[in-house]
Design a protein around this ligand. Structure first.
Ligand code: NDP
Length: 243
């Protein structure tokens, strides 16, 4: 095990990419703050040097309180991974606007909350990394993804802007854009025919072998490059994903 004592904050750590990241970073001894609403799942991991807090990323006050509490124990945040997200696929002509709002709140406002909570200390220290989990749907269109694309293009755009603003301070701001990977993400879509169509497409092209752990390891790789090296944007998909 490497002897790392830097604080890493991971949002959405109770499932999918976030859960795998928590396990991968813990193996190397990093101090972790794991955040999710289902805090019992992250507590049950029982990882070393880890604080777990029940946080909804759309609530900036409770998000910031958890980060400050972890920083009091472990030191200022060296890596913020804004990973929490929701995907409610739908046909814009009939989709309930509440679903658009939920995606924009969690996927965009939640990410900006996380960035603002750590970026001023990172600027002052002239060190630190923010990694935002966007999506391949944050750089190209997909059917039934209009509102989700709006949120993820938003993440891609705001990450690009802040990357430029923080580069004079030696702070890295990266985004990762994964393609389709099996996690709980699709399960929240309310239109079963869209879920079925998505799964049928993945099976038909054979884009079923990339795992959440592959994505987690890639994020860890990008972080562990020297501070002077910014792997600005990473598009990662199953080799057989055709779009
Ligand atoms: P999961 O559904 O498996 O995990 C999502 C995580 O986000 C959960 O831990 C959930 O925790 C958390 N979360 C959701 N809403 C909130 C909220 N309001 N406050 C705090 N935490 C929240 O999905 P993935 O692991 O696949 O998704 C992770 C990220 O990757 C998302 O941003 C997603 O858009 C993105 N992505 C995923 C792809 C995929 O194919 N899997 C492809 C491209 C991007 P809890 O419910 O306990 O709060």
């Amino acid at each position: 095990m490497k002897n790392n004592n830097k604080l890493i904050v991971i949002t959405g750590a109770s499932s999918g990419f976030g859960l795998e990241m928590a396990k991968e970073f813990a193996k190397d001894g990093y101090s972790l703050l794991l955040l999710a609403r289902r805090v019992e799942i992250i507590e049950a991991l029982d990882l070393p040097n880890t604080m777990c807090r029940k946080v909804d990323v759309t609530n900036k006050e409770e998000f910031e309180k958890a980060v400050r509490e972890a920083e009091a124990k472990f030191g200022t945040t060296d890596l913020m991974i804004n990973n929490a997200g929701v995907m409610l696929l739908g046909d814009l002509s009939i989709q309930n606007p509440e679903e658009w709002k939920k995606m924009l709140d969690v996927n965009v406002m939640g990410v900006m909350n996380g960035m603002q909570i750590v970026m001023n200390d990172m600027k002052a220290k002239k060190c630190g990394t923010i990694i935002n989990v966007s999506s391949i749907a944050g750089v190209q269109p997909f059917g039934n993804h209009a509102a989700y694309c709006a949120s993820k293009f938003g993440v891609t755009g705001l990450t690009r802007v802040v990357r430029g603003e923080l580069s004079p301070f030696n702070v890295r701001v990266l985004s990762i854009m994964p393609g389709a990977v099996k996690t709980e993400l699709l399960d929240h879509t309310t239109d079963q025919s869209i879920i079925d169509g998505y799964n049928e497409w993945k099976e038909a092209v054979g884009a079923v072998n990339i795992t959440a752990n592959d994505v987690a390891k890639t994020i860890k790789y990008a972080y562990e490059l020297p501070q002077a090296v910014s792997l600005r944007e990473i598009i990662i998909t199953d080799t057989k994903q055709d779009a």
